[in-house]
Design a protein around this ligand. Structure first.
Ligand code: DON
Length: 336
């Protein structure tokens, strides 16, 4: 090895140590990424043919604090479709347009303990159980106003722009794939039309729902969206309000109780954060008043949640003391 090489290696080592000394969070994220990269359990979703094209090895972790600091590792700029992670955000938009009382007549806030695509309704009210299962999300999309589909899609995209702080687009291939295979969602939509939970524009609402699932994001943007909720609805970098402050707690409450479907109880116990997963392999979680975190890795467990995502969040919650009922939650011990 030449003297020059030795010097540059030493310098790299020093820089590395300085960086990790300055940011324990960065060091922890790097370690978690390295620890879980070899985990190959689970399967990429293929019930929508376009989703099966994802590279199972993609793996990113992003963390954004409410004052706009960013720490990330891995494939955090790889784009994928948002899928069910769109649901809490669209719920917030429906609340802003109609208020709590009206939205509650169309969709409940009760965890169902069922799979995301279950065709089960509350027996007494005929409402879908909550806005996170497909039935509830379709009923919620049904509440978005607009004279036609274009108007309603624009309302949706503007909302995602406020949350991400950047331009968002719909992936046309995934949208077409969703639409041509979405028979179960179509059945759910028509059943709700029968119950009066959704208006006559059911076909248009289903198109809107398929488009909302096909919005392209990356792990970095998901963490920004989560950080915006952590910051009471204000984007940490642009300072723009994405959702009225009064509805942030409603969004977080349904994420906490229903965001992980039939894994919601175990998640609340072991991670303890409001969160939402999607079948592309993203999971975002909100640490109220502190930060947003997102993990992206496309291999899913049988419940449709990212395998690496769950493991990373369980460790992060433990290492950083993030559980909302944990002793550290009021101490803000983590140095970013
Ligand atoms: O309704 C569907 O089938 C999807 N487009 C969204 C599903 C989803 O992400 C469920 N979450 N894990």
């Amino acid at each position: 090895m030449t003297g020059e090489n030795t010097q540059s290696t030493e310098l790299e080592g020093l820089l590395k140590r300085m960086k990790s000394a300055a940011s324990p969070a960065r060091q922890i994220l790097r370690e978690l990424h390295a620890r879980y990269q070899p985990l190959t359990e689970g399967r990429v979703a293929d019930y929508i043919p376009e989703l099966a094209k994802a590279d199972p090895e993609w793996f990113g972790i992003s963390l954004v604090t409410v004052d706009g600091k960013i720490v990330e590792v891995g494939d955090t700029s790889q784009r994928f479709t948002i899928q069910s992670i769109s649901k809490p955000f669209v719920y917030g938009l429906a609340l802003e347009h109609h208020g709590r009382d009206h939205v509650l007549t169309k969709v409940g806030v009760e965890p169902s303990g069922d799979a995301f695509n279950s065709i089960i309704f509350d027996e007494r009210s005929n409402r879908p159980f909550n806005p996170m299962v497909n039935a509830g999300a379709i009923a919620t999309a049904g509440l978005l106003p607009g004279k036609d589909l274009t108007d309603r899609v624009n309302l949706l995209l503007d909302m995602f722009r406020r949350y991400t702080g950047s331009h968002v687009h719909i992936d046309p291939a995934v949208f077409l794939s969703e639409r041509s295979t979405g028979h179960r969602n179509r059945a759910i939509g028509h059943l709700m039309l029968n119950f009066g939970m959704i208006g006559e524009r059911v076909e248009e609402t289903l198109e809107l729902y398929f488009q909302q699932c096909s919005v392209l994001v990356n792990c970095h943007e998901l963490a920004m969206m989560a950080a915006t909720l952590a910051n009471q609805g204000v984007h940490p970098q642009t300072g723009q309000r994405a959702v009225a402050e009064e509805y942030v707690k409603d969004i977080l409450a349904v994420m906490y109780t229903c965001g992980m479907y039939d894994f919601a109880g175990e998640w609340a116990y072991s991670v303890g954060l409001p969160a939402k997963s999607g079948v592309s392999g993203g999971i975002l979680a909100v640490v109220p008043g502190r930060m947003g975190v997102a993990v992206f890795s496309p291999r899913l467990d049988p419940r449709g949640n990212s395998v690496r995502g769950i493991r990373v969040f369980q460790e992060l919650s433990r290492e950083f003391g993030l559980h909302i009922f944990g002793p550290e939650s009021s101490r803000n011990s983590l140095q970013i």
